[in-house]
Design a protein. Structure first.
Length: 275
């Protein structure tokens, strides 16, 4: 499916039937990173995935790509398929965009799932790293990102075929997409206060072995959210949905059940999302 956002063409997938889940992918990957979740949930939910501008098959656009712009792209997808409210699932950069969406259009969210992400802005040290990566990509192309990003995205113990798949997704990113997203992430503001204003259920997912956003960072967000719960996935790094797909999918389905969007489930977190 093609969604037009101004002159920019966004490529999306719309799979399954049921309550709507909008999946927002991480840097520097694409919509295919959600394949395990779509395959698992498509029989009980409608799964929307998109490639951010400059990633996967979507068009590039002039940089930077602020998180507010990405939130607008996500809203354009919902509008294109006629969906008023959805459960938004964002991982890493996708989580930054999801928080921007929660701030800009809270009435469009039915629930929020934030995985391997944070609400705080970058430190100056991280900003310098992002600037250096921009220069690297502009000088040597996207392949230069692989040595820097791959060890951060998956743990050393991850299967080799998973590492190869993640590497291939990185290489599908355009130079303008990588630079635009890096500059957009560098500019993002502190959205900690957004967490305290979430009036709908929220789920926070952390990978036990995630060195980028360790479990304590994710747990702190869950404590701020009035209706937030946290799940920590064993044997998972930053891309927790790919290293521990069964655990990640079970957590998502439990969340949907607890908030009343899916009627039956053997495994549950608890019923407190309904309070």
């Amino acid at each position: 499916m093609i969604v037009h956002r101004g002159a920019t063409r966004l490529v999306c997938d719309d799979v399954g039937t049921g309550p709507v889940l909008l999946f927002l992918h991480a840097f520097p990957l694409n919509r295919h990173m959600w394949r395990p979740q779509v395959e698992y949930l498509k029989s009980i939910a409608r799964c929307l995935t998109l490639d951010w501008r400059g990633f996967g098959e979507s068009d590039s656009a002039p940089d930077p790509y602020p998180m507010e712009m990405m939130a607008g792209d996500a809203l354009a997808v919902l509008d294109a398929v006629g969906v008023q409210r959805a459960v938004v699932v964002g991982l890493s950069m996708g989580g930054y965009a999801a928080l921007a969406l929660a701030e800009l259009a809270p009435q469009r969210l039915q629930g929020l799932v934030l995985a391997s992400t944070k609400a705080e802005p970058d430190s100056e040290e991280v900003r310098e790293v992002r600037r250096a990566q921009c220069e690297l990509v502009l000088r040597n192309g996207v392949p230069g990102l692989v040595p820097a990003q791959l060890p951060r995205l998956v743990s050393a113990s991850a299967a080799e075929d998973l590492k190869h798949w993640v590497r291939d997704m990185i290489l599908d990113t355009s130079v303008s997409g990588a630079v635009g997203a890096l500059r957009g992430m560098e500019q993002r503001p502190d959205r900690t206060q957004v967490l305290s204003q979430l009036h709908y259920p929220s789920l926070f997912i952390a990978g036990h072995d995630d060195a980028v956003t360790p479990p304590p960072v994710v747990a702190a967000m869950a404590r701020i959210s009035p209706r937030g719960k946290m799940v920590e996935l064993k044997r998972a790094g930053h891309l927790s949905n790919l290293e521990a797909p069964e655990q990640f999918c079970a957590a998502l389905r439990s969340f949907l059940t607890c908030i009343g969007l899916v009627k039956t489930l053997a495994e549950r977190i608890d019923g407190s999302f309904l309070e």
